[in-house]
Every structure is written in structure tokens, then in C-alpha cells.
Design a protein around this ligand. Structure first.
Ligand SMILES: *[C@@H]1O[C@H](CO)[C@@H](O)[C@H](O)[C@H]1NC(C)=O
Ligand SMILES: *[C@@H]1O[C@H](CO)[C@@H](O)[C@H](O)[C@H]1NC(C)=O
Ligand SMILES: *[C@@H]1O[C@H](CO)[C@@H](O)[C@H](O)[C@H]1NC(C)=O
Ligand SMILES: *[C@@H]1O[C@H](CO)[C@@H](O)[C@H](O)[C@H]1NC(C)=O
Length: 378
């Protein structure tokens, strides 16, 4: 546990030097964002969100109709959306409230067909603006996981460009601040998945989005049960599955740091150890451990550690936390590893960070620590 502190300390020095150097230049305000999954409402009603810890809260998710490309919003969802924006704005008038469109694991892909034609892109774009204004949102976030081919990436670029134009036009016509437009993206801009290599259109991202939410997690999981892993490793000495590799690739692709927001997970991944005596990151495993498909939210990890009296440790190489008891093993991020990541994001000149997801923290311990770790220029 103590061995991680030198890293944190070094980063602190780096950032202090950096912020002094940059104090004179005008930086866009930091982004401290959190996605709010609609299904946490019973545990965390909007009125219970600690809005002093966030600059942006994203309602997740709304999914467009895959035939009309508009949004079918029921009366009950309409109430929830209005209540969400009104409640958060009332609690803290500085907080911007967005809604996120799409989400992971949706079948069939709700965007692929829409994005192929200018006419359907227009229907979709107009619908997104209509929903934002009707329910009081300050903007929206596209969570398309993932454009599946180079052609789909081209369509994605057209979509962003036309979306930005429509946002500008609407703001001018209505004399209101332009809506925010962000996107959740894969941890690395170029990737091979399901046999197709593709790259995000960096220029379209840079020119048309306010920023991207880089999903710096899920590097390991139930698809590989043979070995334990730090699923949101900041560094990995052996592979490219690390946030530093992903973020540096985004920078190299031409998206500047002030348009990159680093994702931080408020959940862990679990494995069943092959040998309880081998319990480091990267130890042999034989299956998933506790939790739904080997996933525990951070508050569940804390509860698990307490209940089973698990041993908690930190891994310096990956900058992560893990715990183990018997054959159960959990890799996750806690306040300490999250602080190191937040400092690292700031040292790299990134815009900020976001959490997936609100409602998974243990009484705002990690999100609170993250918020106070970001060093503000005086
Ligand atoms: C739309 O989605 C439904 C189910 O969600 C699916 O059955 C149908 O094939 C989809 N249609 C198109 C055009 O993608
Ligand atoms: C939002 O919903 C809650 C719970 O149903 C209710 O108490 C509150 O008054 C609503 N707030 C607004 C602004 O509609
Ligand atoms: C990591 O990615 C770089 C290209 O960005 C590649 O040259 C290298 O071989 C990769 N390393 C591993 C271990 O996959
Ligand atoms: C919100 O978080 C701050 C910082 O962690 C804390 O001081 C405050 O008590 C929290 N507010 C609520 C209502 O939990």
C-alpha cells in the first residue's frame, strides 16, 4: 500500500510545476463527469447526487428507434428526464446535465444504418436537439460501441460534422448557448475487434466534439478466465492494454489533451484463483469470481472485503487495488489508485475525468477523493 505513494508524490510535483507554467494560459474548465445509469434510481435518486463533486452529469441512456431514428419517450420517461434536469440544476446551477445516447452491448447496433445517409443523420440529429431542449438538458453524448468498420468510422465523422453544424445553427436561431456534444470512445483510437481494424476519425473528433470520454477500463474480464487482471491498468509493462497506451495513442492521433477526458471505473472484475497462494495481478485463474458475470460495483467490493475479511493490496505496476480471500480475487480501483490516475491525467494535460458510474461509489469516497485531487490554479 505504501509503495504506491512515491508515484502519487512524483505526480503531484509534476503537476504543481505544470500548473504553475500553465497558469498564465487560458485553459478550458476541468471536466469532472459522472454517468448516471437510469437503473440506479432506487439506490440513488437524482436528489441524492452530490453535485459538489461534478461539473457534468450524464443520464444513461436513451436509445433511438432503429427504424425512425427518433426517440420514443414514454410519459413516465418524460417525467424522469424533466425531474432529472430540474433537480440537478436546482441543486447546483453550475452543473451541466447531458443525456447519453446508446450504450454498450445493444443489439442490433442502433446507429450503423442511421449514420449511412445524410437524410437519416438529419432526422436523428434534429431529434437529439429536440429532446435536449424539451427536457432541459445542456447537451448530449454519443455512446456508439462501436463503429464496426472503416466505412462506419467515415459515417461517424459525417455525423459529428453535421451534428456540430446543426448545434451551431440552433443556438444562433434560438439565441441560447450551444448544446454540448461529446462521445464515449474506445480506450485507443485504433483497434482490432471482431476481425476488423478501424480508427476513429481524429480530425472530426477534434473539430466537432467538445471532448471525448475515453473508456479507460474493461481491459480484462470474463472473456479471459485464465488469468487475473487489473481491468483499468494505468500502466502495463507487458501489453498495450493500459490507459497510458490508449491516452497517448489518442494524443498521437491528433486529439489534443483538452479534448480528452479519462474514464475511471467504479467497479471491479473478479476471478476464481487456481491456487489461493498465487494472488498477485496476473495469477492463474480458473473462472470468474463473485458478482454478476464477474463484476462487482465498488460499493459491493467494499462490502465483500468487509464481509469476507479479504486481504486488500495495491499493485504498483498497474496502479490498481485488488483483494483476495480463499480462491476469490477482485481487481478494482479505490481512492488511492484513483487519485494517482487523476493526478496522472492532469499531468498529461487532459481535460478531466469521468466515472462509470454514479451509484456505484461507497458514499462518495472515491468520487470525493478524485474531485479534491484535481489541482486548481489559484
Ligand atoms: C430493430 O430492432 C429490432 C429489435 O430491437 C430488431 O428486431 C429489428 O431487426 C431492427 N430493425 C432494423 C432495421 O435494424
Ligand atoms: C422529482 O421526483 C421526486 C420523487 O418522485 C419528487 O419528490 C420531486 O419533487 C421531483 N422534483 C421535480 C423538480 O419535479
Ligand atoms: C503496442 O502497439 C504498438 C503500436 O502502437 C505496436 O508497435 C506494438 O507491437 C504493440 N505491442 C504489443 C505488446 O502488442
Ligand atoms: C459531498 O461531498 C463532499 C466532499 O466529499 C462532502 O464534504 C459532502 O459532505 C458531500 N455531501 C453530501 C450531501 O453527501
Amino acid at each position: 500500500m505504501l509503495s504506491i505513494l512515491p508515484i502519487v508524490y512524483t505526480l503531484f510535483i509534476v503537476i504543481t510545476a505544470r500548473s504553475t507554467a500553465m497558469a498564465a494560459s487560458r485553459l478550458p474548465p476541468v471536466v469532472k463527469a459522472g454517468y448516471y445509469p437510469s437503473w440506479v434510481v432506487d439506490d440513488l435518486p437524482p436528489s441524492a447526487i452530490n453535485t459538489s463533486l461534478f461539473t457534468h452529469v450524464l443520464y444513461a441512456f436513451l436509445v433511438p428507434n432503429n427504424v425512425t431514428f427518433g426517440f420514443d419517450i414514454s410519459d413516465s420517461t418524460a417525467m424522469i428526464l424533466s425531474n432529472f434536469t430540474t433537480t440537478l440544476h436546482r441543486k447546483n446551477s453550475y452543473v451541466k446535465v447531458l443525456y447519453s445516447i446508446g450504450g454498450g452491448g445493444i443489439e442490433p447496433d442502433p446507429f450503423a444504418v442511421m449514420a449511412t445517409k445524410a437524410s437519416s443523420r438529419k432526422v436523428f440529429i434534429d431529434a437529439t436537439i429536440g429532446v435536449a431542449r424539451k427536457y432541459g438538458f445542456d447537451g448530449f453524448d454519443l455512446d456508439w460501441e462501436f463503429p464496426e468498420s472503416p466505412k462506419a468510422m467515415d459515417d461517424f465523422a459525417f455525423l459529428l460534422k453535421e451534428w456540430r453544424q446543426a448545434i451551431r445553427k440552433e443556438a444562433k436561431m434560438t439565441n441560447r448557448p450551444p448544446l454540448l456534444l461529446t462521445a464515449a470512445v474506445y480506450y485507443s483510437p485504433e483497434f482490432l475487434m471482431y476481425g476488423s481494424r478501424r480508427s476513429y476519425p481524429a480530425a472530426a473528433v477534434r473539430n466537432n466534439l467538445d471532448w471525448v470520454n475515453v473508456m479507460c477500463y474493461d481491459y480484462h474480464g470474463s472473456w479471459d478466465t485464465s488469468v487475473t487482471g487489473a481491468h483499468a491498468a494505468l500502466f502495463d509493462p507487458k501489453t498495450n492494454l493500459s490507459s497510458v497506451y490508449g491516452i497517448k495513442s489518442w494524443l498521437k492521433a491528433g486529439v489534443p489533451g483538452n479534448k480528452l477526458v479519462m474514464g475511471l471505473p467504479l467497479y471491479g472484475k473478479t476471478w476464481k484463483l487456481k491456487d489461493p497462494k498465487l494472488h498477485e495481478v496476473g495469477s492463474p485463474a480458473v473462472g470468474v469470481g463473485p458478482g454478476d458475470d464477474g463484476v462487482l460495483t465498488y460499493v459491493q467490493v467494499v462490502e465483500f472485503n468487509r464481509r469476507t475479511k479479504a486481504t486488500v493490496a495495491h499493485d504498483v505496476d498497474t496502479v490498481s487495488a485488488y483483494s483476495y480471500t480463499g480462491t476469490s480475487w477482485v481487481g478494482y480501483d479505490d481512492a488511492l489508485s484513483t487519485t494517482a490516475k487523476v493526478l496522472f491525467a492532469q499531468a498529461l494535460g487532459l481535460r478531466g475525468y469521468f466515472f462509470w458510474a454514479l451509484g456505484y461509489d461507497n458514499d462518495w469516497t472515491v468520487t470525493g477523493q478524485a474531485s479534491s485531487s484535481w489541482i486548481v490554479d489559484k
